[in-house]
Design a protein around this ligand. Structure first.
Ligand code: CAA
Length: 379
């Protein structure tokens, strides 16, 4: 068993850490308040290779392992969970299905723009009636001679507000249930795509969470991704990888909150001593660290399984559930260590607490992860 990272993995982790510490951390509160990540930050992510980590170099990517991508999302999320999920949704939910199911033409056309950050990627899967029940898609697709024509509503689209590239799911025959679903690559700046709203949220407020109306949206035939009727497979495979990305985001949030809590506990004096000298605080920190290390290793392990082309459905759901529950636990305890200051915006701990919660919800609620895990156990 080898737990060492490769030199490339260490290098990209260092690059992401330095960038996060120097350029993102100082403005993380501003990102939260202004509900947007500055364009310069996104452009820099592209320049540093953080928007196309494991994409082969021939398509404009950094050519790293999947584990390297996990390390990047973790490092960025330590400083700013919104920036972490921008990378994660872009990579896992848009780039990955193109890499896994795209034709050579599709890869050449879309991946370089996505890796550079010229276009930001997202997934248009969820609908008002198709959340946890992802197969219950109501958005329809019809064909004419050269095009597919799409009509429907999509919600909860992380990164949707950029109007970049989307992976879109629609059904050509609802009676076929999941076997009637197709997936497409869509340019979201085109006619027929209307943004209904960008949601106001509890956390990850620097991200767009967009609702779309698709009204006679015309998509060229060559933009079908995978085969007709195999869209649900594309969605499930995509989410398997995506869930490891969310686990990495959750791990980063937990670590960011933990680092701040340990530093604060050593500075803050009460009863004439740093509060870190009290066992009540030490035990909290010990419990937080135990949970973080559990989350780290299930997440890295799931990433390693994907890199080594093994089945990782079970481990992906385990990583997502364990890491997200670690993030909500650790941020709650970290806020408690900060006491009254934890509740005040200026100290930033309340942002970690707010940001953590979504990791238990998106890319499949933790209840859905338990369904996936138990189904795998019964196989
Ligand atoms: N990986 C690969 N294949 C899978 C799979 C997985 N995790 N789960 C199911 N499948 C396959 C099954 O093997 C089956 O294949 P066959 O047709 O070949 O037999 C097929 O999918 C259907 O399986 P089920 O009958 O089990 O499907 P189901 O309708 O009962 O649904 C589910 C299963 C696990 C509940 C699924 O609907 C699911 O994952 N739901 C959650 C959806 C989700 O995560 N949504 C998040 C959207 S993205 C987001 O959050 C927004 C964002 O921008 C961040």
């Amino acid at each position: 068993m080898n737990f060492d990272l490769t030199d490339d993995e260490k290098l990209i982790r260092y690059t992401a850490r330095e960038f996060a510490e120097k350029e993102i951390k100082p403005i993380a509160s501003k990102i939260d308040e202004e509900h947007r990540i500055p364009d310069e930050i996104i452009a820099k992510m592209g320049e540093l290779g953080l928007l196309g980590t494991y994409v082969p170099e021939e398509y404009g990517g950094a050519g790293t392992s999947f584990l390297a991508y996990i390390l990047v999302v973790e490092e960025i999320s330590k400083a700013c969970a919104s920036s972490g999920v921008l990378i994660s949704a872009h990579t896992s939910l848009c780039i990955n299905p193109i890499l896994a199911f795209g034709t050579e033409e599709q890869k050449k056309k879309y991946l370089p723009k996505l890796c550079s950050g010229e276009k930001i990627g997202c997934i248009l899967l969820t609908e008002p009636e198709a959340g946890s029940d992802a197969a219950n898609i109501q958005t329809t697709v019809e064909e004419d001679a050269d095009h597919y024509i799409i009509n429907g509503n999509k919600i909860f689209v992380t990164n949707g507000g950029f109007r970049g590239i989307g992976i879109l799911f629609a059904t050509y025959d609802k009676s076929l249930k999941h076997k009637g679903i197709c997936s497409f690559i869509v340019d979201l700046s085109q006619e027929g795509v209307e943004i209904l709203r960008n949601e106001e949220k509890l956390g990850i407020r620097g991200t767009y969470t967009t609702a779309f109306l698709l009204n006679n949206l015309k998509i060229p035939k060559e933009n079908l991704l995978g085969k007709k009727g195999e869209g649900f497979k594309v969605a499930m495979d995509t989410l398997d990888g995506g869930r490891v990305g969310i686990a990495a985001q959750a791990l980063g949030i937990a670590e960011g909150a933990f680092d701040r809590a340990i530093a604060y506990s050593q500075e803050r004096k009460q009863f004439g001593k740093p509060i870190s000298s009290f066992q009540a605080i030490q035990f909290k920190l010990a419990d937080m660290k135990m949970r973080i290390e559990q989350a780290r290793w299930v997440t890295y392990y799931a990433g390693w399984l994907k890199d080594t082309k093994r089945n990782f459905i079970l481990e992906s759901s385990i990583a997502k559930a364990v890491a997200s529950e670690t993030a909500t636990f650790v941020t709650k305890e970290a806020l408690q260590i900060f006491g009254g200051y934890g509740y005040i915006t200026e100290y930033e701990m309340e942002r970690y607490y707010r940001d953590a919660k979504i990791t238990e919800i998106y890319e499949g609620t933790n209840e859905i992860q338990r369904i996936v895990i138990s189904k795998m156990l019964m196989k």
